[in-house]
Ligand binder design. Sequence first.
Ligand code: ADP
Length: 649
Amino acid sequence: MKGFVGSLSGCLLPSKALMEEVFIKRSQQKKKTSPLNYKERLFILTDTKISYYEYDSERMKQGNKKGSIEMEKVKCVERVTAEENCPLDRQYPFQIVYDEGPLYVFAKNEDVRKQWIKELNNRIRFNQELMQKYHPCFWIEGEWSCCQQSAKNAPGCSIIKSMNSFPSAGNSRRKSRKPLPPTPVEEQQQMKRAPPPQPSSTPTKVVVALYDYQKMSPDDLSLQKDEEYVVLDDQDQHWWKARDMRGQEGFIPSNYVVESGNKLETYEWYNKEITRSKAEQLLKQEGKEGAFLLRNSSQAGKYTMSVYSKAPGDQSGKVKHYTVCVTPSNQYYLAEKHTFNSIPELINYHQHNAAGLVTRLRHPVSQQSKKAPLTAGFGYGAWEINPVDLTFLRELGNGQFGVVKHGKWRGQYEVAIKMIKEGSMSEDDFIDEAETMMMLKHDKLVQLYGVCTKQRPIYIVTEFMSNGCLLDYLKKHGKKLSSLQLLEMTKDVCEAMAYLESHRFLHRDLAARNCLVDEAGTVKVSDFGLSRYVLDDEYTSSQGSKFPVRWSPPEVLNFARFSSKSDVWAFGVLMWETFALGKTPYERFSNADVVDHILQGRRLYRPQQASETVYSIMYSCWDDKADNRPSFNMLLSNIQELVEDDSQA
Ligand code: ADP
């Protein structure tokens, strides 16, 4: 509130008031049952505290102090998503999170909110316990409305944006290991505190390359597998600035390295994130007695050893799964008599002795060594791709935007190239958004590598998925897939959607036809957000013949109200498509019949392949009321639980 300092100059201000403003403050609901109230308070920020006072708005007079928070104890200052249909004076909320949870305040406009968030963040950047994740929505009546967790101290469900490289972030204060040079006031403050922060020139970490990486842009640095690198700047989530042992500097893909201490990642047998059925598939493919791998167990923090053995005359062989146990004194074992200080020592022992296992560990099997992971774009900052670097191979299909071709980038990297038919896309809007879309990076999202926008038609270049679209894959191979495999496919999609949800990014056209399948049978979500740029009334109007009516909830059909909960509805339909092996939902109905059916409260039937529990998960996505549908996070934990049960069977 500009100009307010002057009008208060006659009041009893605390010394060194840096900023002051009248905000609406929400009561803190320390008990589940305590009622919510909203009161006008005068907030005053000083060097060390943020305090709030009663305030008489008519006489513009400060009253009694009602509370204060030590700035040192603040863990996060972020905006909060305003509640739907909230009063006008509560449209710009933000949160100051400290030991006792969040304090919610409402600014009168966006400028004031931005200014306070910026200033408060600036003041807390050296704090010891800054949060990496937070809750973007309110804590209401015993529940976080963003993720439905019911413990007030439940860890945040969204990464704080300034932790990653999203263009809107632009704030470097999160990396407390590499603080900005202090201002004089901060210097004085730090002198009082112990211990002082590390000098900013201290290298942050040493990493080891897990794969070779050939530099793709002039600013990059090539990596050699097993060599060490010093990370100089890890502000960007995907591209870190690093120095090699010869003193050369440049950007490296952060997913190609691990911190030197993380020894497991450097072993061939460690397959961090593969599922039980993928492990079985890999080991059977290898087909050698004693083929083995170590993977993260579905129980957090635990590991599972999967071992293949084949009795004489047995055609397909069997895979056994052993949990790596840990004693109270942190010794690892598979067979109780033989305990070790570390997992590599345990594996080394069992490579020479079966000692209770079905066979000794003979052949390490690895998914990772075969294929280096994808990078976010081709080189640091390189989102505009030069079309001369592309070679075109065969046509993959034809979609809403035109032809999609298989191709190569610089003759080496496989890509898919969407050649955007002129007049089919609102190109400028897409180009504005493409950079943000490129920053979305998840194992289960089809990676956007870049765009060619300097010519017509423009190209969208993405990860190539050799098994094509999920819908065709289900029609073709569905009968050969077990229920567990089908469930794992929906889990892949749910993981990607939970990631998009945590970045508050809506898909808007989730369906089996918009997911793709890679070489290993992993399903990835594609075309996220693209529907916003379609120029075709038949597709964009809910009356149009191409509108995805069969994937739309009542609030989209009635009011075009999209939200992550409309994506949840579509996910339920995608689960149905998966378990119905690629059938069209509401097969025999016209679009108009589907709308009637849905608005009358009727739903899709249970596909034969889906158990009652699987059906109850998809059904939960089809609640009339968007708010009653689960979040993707919740769906993911339900599916995860079922995958575990299923694979134990
Ligand atoms: P559009 O976005 O223009 O509607 P689609 O994404 O539906 O186009 O692509 C049309 C077809 O091309 C898909 O059904 C699929 O078979 C194929 N395709 C699209 N993208 C890829 C990819 N990244 N890898 C492999 N095949 C792809």
